[in-house]
Design a protein around this ligand. Structure first.
Ligand code: UDX
Length: 448
């Protein structure tokens, strides 16, 4: 099918690339003309596993095209996926101006009926407003149908998540829209694609469920799902605080509670808390949406508060261990909000970096992918690709992101390079016993 994707950020680019790889003809557009030029030249503007490979193969198969001309993209597709940003406004609610702008463009430029699909994360009832806007700006002549098709793509494993989803949710108002979306996702549902992630054979996971709901339900599913995961993380972090006070070990506790299938072991990892461009903004937008209809979503407010306190707790641990932070050289390992991405938006590490710099520390930061982005924000820090260079002469190693290379660090070697053998671990990457045996002062979360 001919498809259009508006917005070439993380979500749009992954969606466009994967749909093209699944055999559709996809035209992508973005208001950032430089980004379109980059894509046309075969350069991938973001770091996402497998994305470069599938963009190249889709281009070779002539299944993906790029244009800076929104009208051309709008006219190309039978269905249009809206993948533009919905950033938080100062009060936490979602800024929907980009969606509104795209709605006006679609209404003005479309020359045939279109299925307009919201892919961006939006508050419930946006679909209804979108339908109203399309109809108003096209003066009722467009023949537009609207659907909500939220993404559940984790950064770093987005391509894998696209090809092996747990569920595909489509919120529609008429059965024809559901059928069109089922057709779009048929290669995924029937597993008729060459998997870019698992050459040979894909693991035998259960097939994706195709769920047809109302538009408002689909919108709510996305916010409710991310908020629940954020809630789980904050719960684990609150338990970690208790463990510290009462002498428990949070890893033992969360592992045991997670073995109950009603709870599950995932997203119970205690530490510096959640960041990124989804959880912090989605939880805020959900709280704000609830408030507009008179529901006080207290449980989510608490989850958000616990998450913000993680940075305070981490700084308390650093201050307690170092005594005086001013003038100390510290190695900050990990800048991205999580491993396997170069994304530093709302990354806990950046707040840690800011506070350390404000306190007068000499920060030597390190990250496999996010150095360039961080340099622009914090030119006062020193940057290293090699963790051992960052650690040389440092009074403390501060672990902020769970990158594999940091999990596998040779601490015997690192200890010889450091001015003081102190590790404050914000991601509970190491065994306290092993670190102590290597002669380190070792501080982590929920395991004192
Ligand atoms: C999330 C959702 O998982 C995805 O389905 C959605 O569509 C987009 O938002 P993402 O933002 O890529 O994906 O990150 P995710 O892997 O969910 O992690 C979010 C944050 O939580 C990270 O900062 C991570 O470090 C933190 N986290 C995760 C924990 O602190 N503890 C955990 O146990 C799990």
């Amino acid at each position: 099918m001919r498809l259009s994707v508006i917005g070439c950020g993380y979500v749009g680019l992954v969606t466009g690339a994967c749909l093209a790889e699944a055999g559709h003809q996809v035209m992508c557009t973005d208001i950032d003309a430089a980004r379109i030029d980059q894509l046309k030249a075969g350069k991938v503007p973001i770091y996402e596993a497998h994305l470069d490979k599938i963009l190249a193969s889709a281009a070779k198969a002539e299944n993906i095209f790029y244009t800076a001309d929104a009208a051309e993209a709008i006219r190309f597709g039978e269905a249009i996926f809206i993948c533009v940003g919905t950033p938080p406004r100062p009060d936490g609610s979602a800024d929907l101006s980009a969606i509104d702008h795209v709605a006006q463009q679609i209404a003005a430029e479309a020359r045939s009926p279109k299925l307009v699909v919201e892919k961006s994360t939006v508050p419930a009832r946006t679909g209804i407003e979108l339908q109203r806007a399309l109809s108003a700006y096209s003066r009722g002549n467009g023949g537009f149908r609207v659907a909500s098709n939220p993404e559940f793509l984790r950064e770093g494993t987005a391509v894998e998540d696209f090809f092996h989803p747990d569920r595909i949710v489509v919120g529609v108002e008429d059965p024809a829209a559901a059928e069109q979306l089922r057709e779009i996702y048929r290669p995924i549902l029937e597993r008729k694609f060459t998997c870019p992630v698992h050459p040979g054979k894909c693991p035998d996971t259960h097939k994706a469920e195709f769920l047809v709901t109302t538009i408002s339900s689909a919108e709510l599913i996305k916010h409710a799902s991310n908020s629940f995961l954020a809630l789980k993380i904050s719960y684990a972090n609150a338990v970690a605080d208790l463990c510290e006070k009462l002498g428990g070990n949070v890893e033992e506790v969360t592992h045991a509670i997670g073995l109950d299938p009603r709870i599950g072991t995932q997203f119970l990892k205690a530490g510096l808390g959640f960041g990124g461009f989804c959880f912090p903004k989605d939880i805020q937008a959900f709280i704000s949406l609830a408030a507009t209809v008179g529901v006080d979503f207290e449980i989510l407010k608490a989850a958000e508060r616990v998450n913000k306190q993680r940075i305070d707790r981490f700084m308390e641990k650093i201050n307690k261990a170092l005594w005086v932070v001013k003038g100390k050289r510290v190695a900050l390992l990990g800048l991205a909000f999580k491993a396997n991405t170069d994304d530093i938006r709302f990354a806990p590490a950046l707040e840690v970096m800011k506070r350390l710099l404000d306190e007068g520390a000499e920060v030597h930061a390190c990250d496999p992918e996010a150095l360039e982005k961080a340099k622009q924000q914090f030119p006062r820090a020193y940057y290293h690709q090699d963790p051992y260079q960052a650690l040389e002469g440092s009074h403390a190693a501060l672990i902020c992101t769970e990158w594999d290379v940091y999990k596998k660090l040779d601490w015997e070697r690192a200890g010889k390079l450091m001015a003081r053998k102190l590790v404050v671990d914000g991601r509970n990457l190491y065994s306290p016993g092993k670190m102590k045996a290597l002669g380190f002062e070792y501080v982590s979360f929920g395991r004192e």
